[in-house]
Write a protein that binds this ligand. Structure first.
Ligand code: HEC
Length: 137
């Protein structure tokens, strides 16, 4: 592609992004929208809560809630952070998978597995209002 064409292409892309951006800003939520989003969110939190108390994520009949009642000592507000088990800075879901692999002897969940989303929804809902402190130990 010539330089001139590239400049024109970038201009068009910028214009498209601007229009899309304005569209997002113009969005307004009605009361019904908010009620629906809340209901959808809470239904996923409930799925996470059910998984929390169930042995289904593992192979040894152990459940997350046995060691972390009500999501205790999960500290989602401290992620991403360095974790010595993995030897690097990790995302919160990687620590969830660490516990699935180790105490539960289960198989890791992929990042977009609905069960991973449900676990994160449940844990962060339990910890709502806690100040974000990424990196903290
Ligand atoms: C047998 C007890 C046990 C079970 C069951 C267990 N965990 Fe853990 N979990 C631990 C221990 C011990 C740690 C602390 C590891 C560390 O930070 O050194 C931990 C740490 C964590 C952390 C990170 C906490 C922090 O402060 O950074 C998360 C998140 C977590 N567990 C989620 C889960 C999830 C999700 C499950 C179920 C799939 C689960 N755990 C099941 C013992 C358990």
């Amino acid at each position: 592609m010539s330089k001139k064409l590239l400049v024109v292409a970038c201009g068009i892309l910028a214009a498209v992004l601007m229009v899309a951006g304005l569209g997002v800003r113009a969005d307004e939520f009605t009361k019904e929208d908010v009620e629906r989003y809340d209901a959808e969110f809470m239904s996923v939190v409930k799925k996470g809560q059910a998984l929390w108390g169930s042995p289904d994520l593992g192979t040894n009949k152990v459940a997350c809630g046995q060691c972390h009642p009500n999501a205790a000592n999960t500290h989602p507000e401290t992620y991403p952070k360095f974790q010595k088990q993995l030897g690097r800075v990790i995302a919160f879901r990687e620590m969830i998978n660490w516990c699935i692999r180790n105490p539960l002897e289960g198989e890791e969940l992929s990042a977009d597995d609905p069960r991973m989303t449900a676990l994160q929804a449940y844990i962060t809902y339990e910890r709502r209002g806690v100040v974000l402190e990424p990196g903290k130990h």
